[in-house]
Structure formats: structure tokens, C-alpha cells
Design a protein around this ligand. Structure first.
Ligand code: HBI
Ligand code: FE
Length: 284
């Protein structure tokens, strides 16, 4: 099956992993027996290091849901997580060989099926990997799918993504994904915390995103977010901040079509600029 080039956000990256084993919807089977002892050890080391960093930096909802992943000392079997996840919010995780094209991705989300890459980084990629691997997807994304409001947001995001893709506005929706589901911050009564998977699964960006004076933090505004380009291989220059997952769910209620025209007329923004209408969030 010819694999169309995967465009992840603004850049195109060679797919990693063997896509010939994927079905038409790009899902494949998690071949759990194929993981090596080194693979399981990498997962265990990543899990241990990341959980030690969470207090005071990760949002309460994530810390509360994390144990739902189950085993910590080896790569979990996806069907074991699904036994808990399905009853909790109707979601299931499905194995994929890596990044998949935009439309099938949106289609999976719209059907409460979260694509989880089934391979894990090599030990020499321990500190950083550009593509999402099973640790990024499981540790970063799956715990909050146990949170009913967040889970509903991700599903509605998928539905919006399908519409956007068909209107040629997939890139704008990928910015909303990037600045919420991947790199979102949330304001708690006790301070700023991370809820984005790309931050929660990163040993360096977790502290940076919540504490660094260098980073720009602005209250999430849908139009502002969709205008803002992002970087895929460095810490974010701008983080968008929400006050609750209910707020996320609410912003996906209206039809986005008028927003796409507004983005086009107002023009795009680089990741590291501030504009007068920004509502800046200060630290502390
Ligand atoms: N594929 N497996 C996988 N995981 C992603 O997070 C992903 C993807 N394909 C496209 C994509 N994300 C982004 O372009 C979304 O913003 C659409
Ligand atoms: Fe991700």
C-alpha cells in the first residue's frame, strides 16, 4: 500500500516504522511480544524519571489519572488499558506505526479511537525524540482521556478537524491541537500547571513551560491560537493558558468556518510574537 507522505503540522517527516503492516485506517496490531527487554527498560526509566518531575508542574487531573495507565515497569498492553478506558469515557487506544495523515487522524479522534505509536525510542534517544513514540503517546496523551470533559473535547476536536480538513483548513486545526492537547497550560487555584502531552512527556519542557520567565503565556483565544505558527523541534515560545477543561470543550461548540476566514484576513503570526490584544498570564 503506497503510504502518502505524512504532514505533521507545517513540516513533512519521513514516517518511522513499517507502515505496510497498517490497515486502511492506518491502525495496526500492537505486537507486544516483539518488544525487547531494552524496550521495556526504556519505558520503565522514562516513566520513573517523568513521574518524579510531576509534583507542582503537572495539572491535578493528570496526576490523578496517571495510575490508570497500569504497569510502570514495562510497556503496557493496549488492550489492558482499554479494559479500563472504554468504560471510563468510551475511548479506546489503537496502535499505529507512527504519524499518520491528517484526515485518518481526525477520523480516529472523532470516533473516540486514540492513535498510539507502537514503537519506543532507542536508549540513545532517551532525552529527546522528534516523532511521538509509545511513551509520548501513552504517558502524555492517554491519562487525560480518562477525564470525561477532556475526553469529550478531544472527540469534538476530531469532528472539527474532519470539517476543517475538507475545507482545506487542517493546518489551523493542527495549531489548536498543538497549543492545547500537546502544549497547553491550565491555571489552577495553586498556580500554573501543564496539561499538554508534549510537555508532560518531556523531561525539560515540563519545568520550562510552567516556570521560565523566557516563555510567553497568554490566555487561550481561539482566533489568536489558530493564527499562531508553532515550532516542532524546540521548546514552545508561546504557551496558551486555559482555566478549565470545560472552557476547552465550550470553545469547540461553534462552527469554526468564520474563524478560518478571519485568520486569512488578519494573517498568521510567528510563534514568538506578542500582539496588543494578548491577555498575558504572569508567573506567580
Ligand atoms: N499522527 N499518530 C499520529 N499522532 C499525532 O499526534 C498526529 C498524527 N498525524 C497528524 C497530527 N498529529 C497533527 O497534524 C494533528 O494536529 C492533526
Ligand atoms: Fe502527541
Amino acid at each position: 500500500m503506497a503510504v502518502e507522505p505524512v504532514v505533521y503540522g507545517a513540516s513533512e517527516r519521513p514516517p518511522r516504522g513499517d507502515y505496510s503492516r497498517a490497515q486502511g485506517d492506518y491502525t495496526c496490531r500492537q505486537n507486544w511480544a516483539s518488544y525487547t527487554a531494552a524496550d521495556h527498560e526504556t519505558y520503565q526509566r522514562l516513566y520513573e524519571r517523568q513521574t518524579a518531575l510531576l509534583p507542582g508542574l503537572a495539572c491535578d487531573a493528570f496526576i490523578e489519572a496517571l495510575p490508570s495507565l497500569g504497569v510502570k515497569d514495562r510497556i503496557p498492553r493496549f488492550e489492558e488499558i482499554n479494559e479500563r478506558l472504554k468504560p471510563a469515557t468510551g475511548w479506546e487506544i489503537v496502535a499505529v506505526p507512527g504519524l499518520i495523515p491528517e484526515r485518518p487522524f481526525f477520523d480516529l479522534l472523532a470516533n473516540r479511537r486514540f492513535p498510539v505509536t507502537d514503537w519506543i525510542r532507542t536508549p540513545d534517544e532517551f532525552d529527546y525524540i522528534v516523532e511521538p513514540d509509545v511513551f509520548h503517546d501513552l504517558f502524555g496523551h492517554v491519562p487525560l482521556l480518562f477525564n470525561p470533559v477532556f475526553a469529550d473535547y478531544v472527540q469534538r476536536y476530531g469532528v472539527g478537524g474532519l470539517k476543517a480538513h475538507d475545507l482545506g483548513a487542517g493546518e489551523l486545526l493542527s495549531r489548536l491541537y498543538w497549543y492545547t492537547i500537546e502544549f497547553g497550560l491550565i491555571r489552577q487555584p495553586d498556580g500554573l500547571r501543564a496539561y499538554g502531552a508534549g510537555i508532560l512527556s518531556s523531561s525539560g519542557e515540563l519545568r520550562h513551560s510552567v516556570t521560565s520567565p523566557q516563555a510567553r503565556r497568554i490566555a487561550l483565544d481561539l482566533l489568536r491560537c489558530m493564527r499562531t505558527r508553532y515550532k516542532i523541534d524546540d521548546y514552545q515560545a508561546t504557551y496558551f493558558v486555559i482555566d478549565s477543561f470545560e472552557q476547552l470543550f465550550e470553545i469547540t461548540a461553534p462552527d469554526f468556518t468564520p474563524l478560518y476566514a478571519a485568520v486569512r484576513s488578519l494573517g498568521e503570526l510567528a510563534a514568538d510574537v506578542t500582539i496588543a490584544s494578548d491577555s498575558s498570564i504572569t508567573l506567580g
